[in-house]
Design a protein around this ligand. Structure first.
Ligand SMILES: NC(=O)C1=CN([C@@H]2O[C@H](COP(=O)(O)OP(=O)(O)OC[C@H]3O[C@@H](n4cnc5c(N)ncnc54)[C@H](O)[C@@H]3O)[C@@H](O)[C@H]2O)[C@H](O)CC1
Ligand SMILES: [K+]
Length: 499
């Protein structure tokens, strides 16, 4: 699903009106009706709503929502926050319609800000996608007050004050902190970024029937990955296939005391469907691997006991490298040899990334379309520090373009950056997955998919999505705190049933 910025939403809006031969007021009615339906399903009849409306179309949505809720026996109080003389035509039209049913109160200055009933549900319809500067004056005072209340807060389209795209707004900016956000057609980029996501609360996409034809023509830099995007490229197995059909993963890593990482990655590569897997570890890993993953083969540089070092000869398998690798100087040289000897896309994780961060001149030598899977700290080591989200995303794009590789930046809504600059955000996963070894499982899954001849972008997207889904399925049965990385491996199979 494409993620649009504010000008793109406007374009799409205008095209939809022409294509469907409807007025903007009709589209507003449709959008508000979707919100009202959601509210009616969630809150019992006679619930009291306090609706704060701005003067643009977000405010117009609030007025229509008020009208619909009133018609369904809800108690509604509406405030229009009059911070400017300008209003939108659809706001005016709906203001006139609502005036027939209730008295609408106006907030012009601080003294008009009302006390809010303890159990009233607050609807935030002050500013939506039209926000173009920090909020000041009476709106700021009001939002600051609302943010101190424990009432449930539902934002329409986007919490007031939050831009759609990353803006360089500072911490002092006033943004309404919602429990729920009902957003039209597609999520906004700021919903998916760590510094802004907490304003949005639980968010729901409400489809308002914007032109599918026109959406196809809009080029976006961001996408949101859901199950229907995955289903486009997943393949069923042919009946005459054999283990050779599904590739051979060589999982390189491990060091004394860190062998579990390779165990998890190797197992995960098999669980996601690789035909064969070989773990390539120091000697001290041989028994561990052979015992804990009997399905896999083992190989190594026999003289190295505790960490990988020495020569490396490619056997043309699909290479994953990094889990438990360590950063011994001799291992660093070994990694350089692996990179130079490997000619097809590989998965580079954990200490392999840390080593590359120390030897940036090697980055040019990694095979084209390889996939790096850093967590934010590892990413920072690669590209240097960044002060805000805009800079982070710019650095992400610059990195993939410079080194012609993909980056999977792990976290809530893991971001997958393609070589061409498109960034895909994941929709699965949960905080239970913030646990040791979770990343090793992902490395194995992506390597296993690469081995099965998914393209690097498909392998990254599918791996990340199924990894998150495995986590979501796990917590349904055992809860979040007790999730451990082995559970993710065990639930890969169930996750693939959704493909
Ligand atoms: N296609 C859709 O998704 C639809 C969305 N709808 C709703 O329309 C809003 C966007 O409406 P718009 O009138 O463009 O903007 P706002 O209501 O967000 O803002 C109004 C107005 O306020 C001015 N402004 C901006 N920033 C500030 C500020 N900090 N202080 C004061 N004033 C400010 C600026 O001039 C804006 O234009 C969208 O979010 C949906 O809720 C439609 O109802 C249906 C189709
Ligand atoms: K809003």
């Amino acid at each position: 699903m494409k993620i649009f910025n504010a000008p793109q939403i406007k374009e799409l809006d205008i095209y939809t009106l022409q294509e469907q031969k409807i007025t903007s007021a009709q589209l507003m009615e449709r959008a508000a009706d979707k919100c009202a339906t959601w509210l009616r399903n969630k809150y019992p009849i006679h619930t009291h709503f306090t609706i704060f409306c701005g003067l643009g179309n977000n405010g117009g949505d609030g007025l229509v929502i008020a009208r619909i809720l009133l018609a369904h026996q809800y108690k509604v109080t509406v405030y229009v926050v009059k911070h400017s003389p300008n209003t939108s035509p659809d706001f005016e039209e709906n203001l006139a319609l609502l005036k027939d049913s209730i008295t609408i109160k106006t907030i012009i200055s601080e003294k008009h800000i009302p006390p809010i009933e303890e159990h009233s549900v607050i609807i935030d319809a002050m500013f939506g996608a039209g926000i173009n500067r920090p909020i000041e004056g009476v709106c700021k005072i009001l939002i600051d007050q609302i943010n101190t209340l424990n009432n449930q807060k539902v934002a329409i389209d986007i919490p007031s004050g939050l831009p759609c795209e990353v803006a360089d707004f500072s911490k002092e900016n006033t943004i309404l902190k919602a429990n729920y956000t009902l957003t039209f057609e597609a999520p906004k980029l700021t919903f998916l970024l760590p510094k802004t996501a907490h304003y949005v609360g639980n968010w729901k996409i409400l489809s308002i029937g914007l032109s599918e034809n026109y959406k196809q023509t809009i080029e976006t830099q961001y996408e949101y990955i859901q199950s229907k995007d995955i289903l486009k490229f997943t393949e069923k197995r042919a009946s005459f296939s054999h283990k050779g059909t599904f590739g051979h993963v060589e999982m390189i890593g491990g060091s004394y005391g860190k062998m579990g990482a390779v165990v998890l990655a190797t197992k995960a590569s098999l669980r996601i469907g690789a035909g064969l897997a070989t773990a390539y570890t120091p000697n001290c890993g041989m028994q561990i691997l052979q015992t804990s993953v009997p399905e896999a083969m083992w190989t190594g540089n026999l003289p190295c006991e505790h960490f990988l070092e020495g020569n490396y000869i490619s056997t043309h398998k699909t290479v994953g490298i990094g889990p438990g690798l360590g950063i011994h100087p001799k291992t660093q040289t070994f990694l350089h040899l692996v990179i130079k000897a490997t000619k097809t896309p590989m998965v580079i994780d954990a200490d392999a990334i840390n080593i590359l961060a120390k030897n940036k001149e090697w980055l040019n030598q990694i095979p084209k379309n390889s996939i790096l899977t850093p967590h934010p700290k590892e990413f920072e080591r690669l590209v240097g520090s960044f002060t805000n989200e805009t800079e982070k995303l710019q650095k992400l794009r610059a990195f993939t373009a410079t080194y012609q590789c993909l980056v999977v930046l792990k976290g809530a809504h893991t971001a997958i950056a393609d070589v061409n600059g498109t960034i895909y955000f994941n929709s699965t996963g949960n905080p239970g997955m913030a646990t040791g070894g979770s990343g090793d499982v992902l490395t194995g899954m992506i390597a296993g998919l690469l081995a099965q001849k998914y393209t690097p972008l498909q392998a990254a997207i599918l791996g990340v999505y199924l990894h998150g889904l495995a986590g979501d399925l796990t917590i349904k049965e055992i809860g979040m705190p007790s999730l451990i990385a082995s559970d993710l491996v065990n639930y890969i199979g169930k996750a693939t049933l959704h493909m």
